[in-house]
Structures are given as structure tokens and as C-alpha cells.
Design a protein around this ligand. Structure first.
Ligand SMILES: [Zn+2]
Length: 122
């Protein structure tokens, strides 16, 4: 169970009385908290940039495989290694959410590389 903030839609742990992100009370009747709003020093993630990073990663890591498969051109499959560019950049981020997405992209790239290797070796 999570308590979703009415103000910012942040998912708080169910034992939180105030939103961890914006300080809005999560229980009705509770006075807004002005003093102890805890803000982590984390920049907001640009969601569009994140989606673009996913598209670039999927495109780079899988197009080599698909083109290699369709064109029966094994050299095209080496293109797939460029798919690691974005995840390698993201996993070095200091932002935990970006690191998490970097790891997901790393898995996507690894699958693409694995498929490309299959094309190259068969
Ligand atoms: Zn909130």
C-alpha cells in the first residue's frame, strides 16, 4: 500500500503522514507542514529525454540484429554494440532513478547483442 499525494501524485510509504516530496498532508484534517519539508537534492528527471534515451537504445541495439537478419549481412549486426552507449552513460549517473533506467537499458542492449551474435554465428 502506498499513499499517493493529492498535490504532486508522489507515491509515499503508507506510514508517512506527509508527502516526502512536497510536504502536503496525506491524512485528512492534518495541518500542512511548513517547517520540516524534506527535499532531497535531486534534479527532476526529464521524462522526454528518458523516453528518447530508451528509443535510441532500443533502435541501436536491435536495428543491427533486425537489419543483419533481413539483409543476411552479418557485418550489420556489429552495429548493435552502439546500443551500449546510452546505458553506460546513464549507469554512471548520480541520480538513482537514472541509474535504474540505465540498468534496464543495459539489459535491453544485452538482449539485442545476444540476438545479433546469434545472427552472426549462424
Ligand atoms: Zn506531494
Amino acid at each position: 500500500m502506498t499513499r499517493i499525494c493529492k498535490n504532486c501524485s508522489f507515491e509515499n510509504q503508507d506510514d508517512y503522514d506527509y508527502c516526502a516530496k512536497c510536504g502536503t498532508p496525506l491524512i485528512e484534517g492534518l495541518q500542512p507542514k511548513q517547517v520540516y519539508v524534506y527535499r532531497r537534492e535531486q534534479p527532476e528527471i526529464n521524462k522526454k529525454a528518458l523516453v528518447a534515451a530508451y528509443i535510441v537504445t532500443i533502435f541501436l541495439s536491435w536495428s543491427g540484429f533486425i537489419v543483419g537478419l533481413l539483409a543476411k549481412n552479418r557485418m550489420m549486426a556489429t552495429f548493435t554494440f552502439f546500443g551500449f552507449f546510452m546505458p553506460f552513460y546513464l549507469v554512471q549517473s548520480r541520480h538513482p532513478t537514472l541509474r535504474k533506467h540505465g540498468l534496464i537499458m543495459m539489459v535491453i542492449s544485452l538482449l539485442g547483442v545476444a540476438c545479433s551474435f546469434y545472427v552472426m554465428l549462424h
